[in-house]
Design a protein around this ligand. Structure first.
Ligand code: BMA
Length: 336
């Protein structure tokens, strides 16, 4: 199975406004009729790497323009003016939009090292910023009726752990909200995994969440360091088509796919052993400070094609498409 990279990649690049001068990547995407809406994670510089969310739209899924000149969400909206808001994922449930995000109360600074892992700089910011959790990642949910004005609903993870890649399913499952998570510290014998994996929690009200259940752990060499969810799962007749990412020991980010049971999504029905996307083009291999990253965060289906939107090297946004039926056929061959 081959994904077709858009010839115009990278389709979204940094620039235009000061707050997105350095990078625009890891986007959330939703399709409303024939209009694609995309929420970018963007930063004006690397030191600090202070990230915001911007809103764009497109009629063909390729050429996007900004809906607003200003960010639609800033870390200051959550009470952290020196923070960084990252990796949005967007769903619409019962006529409301929900955006999950990862928040660092304090932004890091980054320097390229040429080795694949950038050097992190920790600044000392005023106020509450000396707290241990200040440089950790907490995830949460915001809601909106119009994609522009967002209101915080709740944090979904405790502040003592690093828990990113929180992704809501696009509908309630057996009456409850369902959320993919990746609690980084949930490793060791008591967690039944020695590497960070993909977990799932349920909630009746979005405010309190069940203890997560482990659903998938790293298995293949391309996932040797960790795995995490990518885009919100796509509902199909045979299960939830779920893109995820894997990181190997050389810090190369690739994308894979699995199928989760429609009614009981903690059950993985199928999982393709190999990756479906890996960094190979110039824009996927060389960027601002971290090389070799493809990081899908949005996926929508239009006319039988899955449009996969992915961040490349934390610098820009690319698009690849593949017929839905091809991915389902591939998964059929990897059913347990
Ligand atoms: C992950 C996240 C992503 C990022 C990726 C590569 O841990 O921080 O936002 O794209 O690393 O740097």
């Amino acid at each position: 199975m081959y994904l077709t990279r858009c010839p115009e990649n990278p389709i979204i690049v940094p620039g235009i406004y000061p707050w997105r001068k350095a990078s625009s990547f890891n986007p959330a995407v939703i399709l409303e009729g024939d209009t694609f809406y995309l929420i970018e994670r963007a930063a004006g510089g690397l030191r600090p790497f202070h990230c915001f969310f911007g809103l764009l739209k497109s009629f063909d899924g390729i050429h996007f323009i900004h809906v607003k000149d200003e960010p639609i969400v800033s870390p200051a909206d959550l009470g952290f003016p020196y923070g960084s808001i990252q990796d949005p994922r967007l769903v619409k449930i019962e006529e409301r939009y929900y955006l999950t995000y990862a928040l660092r109360p304090s932004s890091y600074g980054y320097s390229p090292t040429g080795t694949g892992k950038p050097e992190e700089i920790r600044y000392s910011y005023p106020g509450v910023y000396g707290l241990p959790e200040s440089f950790m990642t907490r995830s949460g949910i915001m809601t909106s009726d119009n994609l522009i004005d967002w209101k915080q609903v709740a944090y979904t993870t405790p502040k003592e752990i690093n828990d990113r890649d929180n992704i809501l399913f696009p509908e309630k499952i057996r009456g409850r909200f369902a959320l993919l998570r990746r609690p980084e510290e949930y490793i060791g014998p008591q967690y039944k995994t020695d590497k960070p994996g993909i977990w799932l929690s349920y909630s009746d009200d979005l405010l309190s969440w069940t203890e997560p259940t482990l659903i998938a752990v790293p298995q293949e060499p391309w996932e040797s360091k960790k795995i995490g969810g990518s885009a919100p799962p796509i509902k199909t007749d045979v299960g939830w088509l779920t893109l995820y990412h894997g990181v190997d020991d050389d810090n190369i980010y690739r994308a894979g796919v699995m199928l989760l049971d429609l009614q009981y999504p903690t059950q993985v029905i199928a999982r393709v052993k190999g990756f479906i996307l890996e960094p190979s083009t110039y824009y996927e291999r060389f960027g601002l400070y971290i090389p070799n990253v493809v990081f899908p965060t949005g996926a929508v289906v239009k006319d039988g094609l899955i449009y996969i939107y992915y961040g490349v090297t934390d610098t820009a946004i690319a698009l690849a498409t593949v017929p839905l039926t091809e991915v389902l056929t591939l998964l059929e061959h990897h059913t347990f």
